[in-house]
Design a protein around this ligand. Structure first.
Ligand code: NAP
Length: 243
């Protein structure tokens, strides 16, 4: 069984890769380029569980690179059982001052990538009549977040895309779900201001940030046989942000 995780050299993607390796999956680790893997021990950590782990470079915002990525992983690993669309970026700024470049780049990397990857990996899984796709959305896509018009748009779109793909691929035995993490401590969230961090914490019922490993635990469940009758669902992992 093989799992392909995008943007997995570090952060939440890396934690997902390592957890799925622990679960026994061979792991295809995608990230942008060789430089993205500098200082990353993701391959070694995955291999420590006795599975095969390989790096694959691709910009998931680019449709042709996604097509080539899916083809390469499927050839090397003889298929793809689990796809986790994790790659994502932020280019924050208040709407009034947000440039077209800021808006478009986030939509391309966070949203178009999910279409690209689901299209090609979905075709493959559809032919195999099995598979599981897990898309990484965000609470920002459910509740909105000031300074993140572009990011919230991309993450809200992922919710609609997940439900659409679940309806299109369900009859082929392929499940499609999304997770919506809240405030998870990673390099991405380190970039938030102290004011933004304090405001977030005060709204979390559990009064603490989540860990990448806690996000990976939910992905592990959705990728497992125990979740075989769950599709089109959005699992919030936010320590009670919405309550
Ligand atoms: P991160 O540490 O910045 O990791 C994101 C990874 O994606 C990086 O390795 C990055 O590579 C890679 N990437 C960026 N653009 C790419 C592209 N075009 N093609 C392939 N890979 C690309 O972020 P994270 O915090 O772990 O977040 C992972 C996912 O969780 C994202 O989708 C994010 O939106 C979502 N999320 C995070 C939080 C949170 O609190 N951290 C909350 C909700 C949702 P480089 O190193 O080269 O940039």
């Amino acid at each position: 069984m093989t799992a392909l995780i995008t943007g997995a050299a570090r952060g939440i993607g890396k934690a997902i890769a390592v957890r799925l390796a622990k679960d026994g999956f061979d792991i295809a680790v995608n990230d942008l380029n060789e430089a993205a893997f500098e200082g990353s021990d993701v391959i070694e950590l995955c291999e420590s569980f006795g599975v095969r782990a390989e790096r694959f470079y691709a910009n998931v915002a680019d449709s042709r690179e996604c097509e080539a990525l899916v083809k390469a992983v499927a050839e090397i690993f003889d298929g793809i059982d689990v796809l986790v669309n994790n790659a994502g970026i932020t280019r924050d700024g208040l709407m009034a001052r947000m440039s077209d470049e800021q808006y478009d780049s986030v939509i391309a990397v966070n949203q178009k990538s999910v279409f690209n990857m689901m299209k090609y990996a979905g075709n493959l899984m559809s032919r195999a009549k099995k598979g599981s796709i897990i898309n990484v959305s965000s609470v920002a896509g459910i509740y909105g977040n000031p300074g993140q018009m572009n990011y919230a748009a991309s993450k809200a779109a992922i919710i609609g895309m997940t439900k659409t793909a679940a309806k299109e691929l369900g009859r082929r035995g392929v499940t499609v779900n999304a997770i919506a993490p809240g405030f998870i401590a990673t390099p991405m969230t380190d970039k938030l201001s102290e004011e933004q961090k304090a405001a977030m914490l005060s709204q979390i019922a559990m009064r603490r940030y989540g860990t990448p490993e806690e996000v990976a635990g939910a992905v592990s469940f959705l990728a497992s046989a125990d979740a075989s009758y769950i599709t089109g669902q959005i699992v919030e992992i936010s320590g009670g942000l919405s309550m």
